[in-house]
Design a protein around this ligand. Structure first.
Ligand SMILES: [Mn+2]
Length: 337
């Protein structure tokens, strides 16, 4: 499955790498690892993202080499490049404004992704829904091309895999994941340092936001569906710069009877982002696709151009319906396999 991509890499000279909006560990880790791999092959490679790199990930880009599409004076001529690698992205919509630029150009698009909802939107696609993360796929690509996993590649790959497996707790934590990470640690990755850089570097303002969010928790379906929202006002009053919803989700998911967690986040006047997580039975990617989003069975998301309160009403009604259909609103015994 890697032959076509290997040919593009071998035959080309200049590459662009990009990832989705609201980039997180897997997105950033896989693009940085791929960049170092390409540079090691004597290629030119530049990462161009829609948004600035969230500060929590700065450690992985110490020289601030990641370009930001809207930064002042930044101009990129796509036709100067041999291909663009789009990693951890399941649909054009996840690329924001960059999508239109890419589609309007004739650049070869290569998508490397692990979301089951990915329809194969690029010219060349490697989509493996069984992969834990896009980072695992970058590891496979490098292995396929007999490349060396240097420490510069290993650190971001570890970030990718650890992030998408919930630091080795989710159902995608496979034997292969541990095998790869064992290799990465042999190369010099220090798991405690990466964990600290990404997960233990928040400001007190983050706890304020957390308490605001937890203060307005709502539950439906006898506590099996729990949701909350993050308004712009809450972000302002707490003073957080970067909203990491993972901790909030984890806290809610820690409750025994919770099956589905939904977090609504107000992005703008008529813009709302919805994050879905589930534990055992509900396919939240199905739920997310009803609203133009997508993702995985246990973790998915959607962005809607509608005010948050309207989105909350619509999403909750579909979610409750789906949960009633799967009867988990009424049954409380037995753990599904
Ligand atoms: Mn991912």
């Amino acid at each position: 499955m890697w032959d076509k991509i290997a040919d593009i890499i071998n035959e080309g000279k200049k590459f662009i790498i990009t990832t989705h909006l609201f980039s997180e560990g897997d997105a950033i880790g896989s693009e940085i690892a791929l960049k170092h791999f390409l540079i090691g092959l004597d290629k030119e490679a530049v990462i161009v993202n829609n948004e600035v790199l969230p500060t929590v990930y700065r450690y992985f880009d110490p020289d601030r080499e990641i370009k930001f599409l809207k930064s002042k004076g930044f101009n990129i001529k796509l036709h100067d490049y041999d291909a663009i690698f789009i990693v951890d992205v399941a649909a054009w919509e996840q690329l924001g404004d960059f999508a239109e630029m890419i589609k309007a150009s004739s650049i070869t698009t290569v998508c490397i992704d692990h979301h089951p909802t990915n329809p194969g939107f690029a010219d060349i696609n490697v989509i493996d829904k069984d992969a834990s993360s896009a980072g695992e796929l970058i590891f496979d690509l490098i292995t396929h091309m007999h490349g060396e996993i240097t420490q510069e590649i290993a650190n971001p790959l570890y970030l990718s895999i650890a992030s998408d497996t919930g630091w080795f707790r989710f159902s995608n934590t496979s034997a292969k994941v541990f095998n790869i990470c064992s290799n990465l640690i042999k190369v010099g990755v220090k798991p405690q340092i990466i964990y600290e850089k990404v997960c233990q570097n928040k400001h007190l303002s983050y706890l304020k936001l957390l308490s605001l969010t937890l203060g307005i928790l709502r539950s439906e379906c006898e506590g099996r569906l729990v949701w909350t929202k993050i308004t712009r006002e809450m972000i302002k009053s707490s003073g957080v710069e970067y909203v990491d919803t993972d901790v909030i989700i984890d806290l809610i998911r820690a409750v025994d009877e919770v099956e589905v967690v939904i977090i609504f986040r107000e992005l703008g006047e008529g813009k709302t982002k919805v994050g879905f997580r589930s534990k055992h039975t509900i396919d939240v990617s199905e739920l997310a696709s009803m609203f133009g989003g997508g993702g995985h069975v246990r973790a998915a998301g959607a962005s809607l151009n509608e005010p948050m309160d309207i989105v909350i009403g619509k999403v909750l009604s579909e979610a409750k319906e789906l949960m009633e259909e799967t009867t988990i609103c009424v049954s409380s015994s037995g753990s599904p396999t």
